[in-house]
Write a protein that binds this ligand. Structure first.
Ligand code: ZN
Length: 312
């Protein structure tokens, strides 16, 4: 049969439709944290569910060996994935130079990376990793790691004052202020919105190269804060790779915030593809009221409704 223009167009259309429907391949990396306060085993299924419920992602969990585990066979095929979502916080010595190099090549060649909360504690002295994440805390970071970064008078500002990196006050709800609502990740969002009970990371330090701070939160001195607008949502580039970094998300309760979920879903799509096709949910938080999902509570036995500002 002679192909008609119509049948050729049908074939092209079907090919495009198949391409459009192909899910984004995500590696969700976990396996270790800096202490018992970060329950990564509980957080991973929540992050996976949040990503998969968009219908955009196919998530594969890759669990690194524990602190005293055998890393000789841990050679993840990073390039199989369009984006790596990091729910992982290990010290510098945990990964071999070869493993670090393979991760660097992946991002340099255009692989996406999403850094969630304490993942910015990982690898305090790994230079290339710190360039990817821009800023981080704890694990030996100090003035040698780079300046403190914050927003002042509407501009990203740095301060070389000495001191250890990483701090936070008691958990409570806080406002996120967006400084860039033209970026695909934050487009269409309210300029100010309330994040529910979470740690507000302060005194983060690092090279801050190629870093665009999309949103900050004011660290109130009455809650051990710095009196500064601290970076909470960042995009960065490293080689051809795109990085989305959120300092929010201490635990399942913090990750139940509709704002935090939206940022994870949109940030992951952007880091993988450079675009965001998702709509802003109708129940997105407003400037003065939190908005959170209750369906994740069952995934965390320690989840206590009403604690830390959840219902305030
Ligand atoms: Zn935390």
């Amino acid at each position: 049969m002679k192909p008609t223009i119509l049948s050729l167009l049908t074939i092209i259309f079907l090919a495009l439709a198949v391409q459009a429907a192909a899910p984004i391949r995500v590696m969700l990396l976990d396996g270790e944290s800096g202490g018992p306060y970060h329950k990564w085993q509980l957080v991973t299924p929540v992050l996976k569910k949040q990503l998969e419920e968009t219908g955009l992602f196919q998530v594969e969990v890759v669990t690194a060996p524990p602190a005293k585990g055998d890393f000789s066979n841990f050679k993840p095929e990073f390039s199989k994935y369009q984006v790596i979502v990091m729910n992982y916080d290990a010290p510098d010595e945990r990964w071999s130079a070869e493993l670090k190099s393979s991760f660097e090549q992946y991002v340099k060649n255009g692989g996406g990376l999403v850094v969630v909360h304490a993942a910015n504690n990982a690898f305090g002295k790994w230079k290339e990793f710190n360039e990817m994440i821009g800023i981080g805390g704890w694990r030996g970071r100090n003035e040698a790691s780079g300046p403190l970064w914050f927003f002042k008078d509407g501009k990203l500002t740095s301060d070389n004052a000495p001191g250890n990196a990483g701090n936070h006050g008691a958990r409570q709800p806080y406002q996120i202020m967006l400084h860039d609502t033209k970026h695909p990740v934050t487009k269409g969002l309210p300029k100010v919105w309330m994040h529910q009970g979470d740690e507000l990371y302060t005194n983060l330090r690092g090279p801050g190269k190629n870093m665009n701070v999309l949103g900050t939160a004011f660290a109130d001195p009455s809650n051990r804060g710095t009196n500064r607008d601290e970076p909470m949502l960042m995009t960065l580039s490293y080689g051809k790779g795109k990085i989305f970094h959120t300092a929010m998300g201490h635990d399942v309760m913090a990750l139940s915030c509709v704002g935090a979920i939206t940022m994870l879903q949109r940030g992951t799509e952007w880091a993988a593809t450079g675009k965001v096709t998702q709509k802003v949910p109708a129940n997105f938080p407003t400037a003065n009221s939190v908005s959170y999902r209750t369906d994740y509570a069952a995934m965390d036995p320690n989840y206590k409704k009403g604690l830390n500002g959840l219902d305030r």
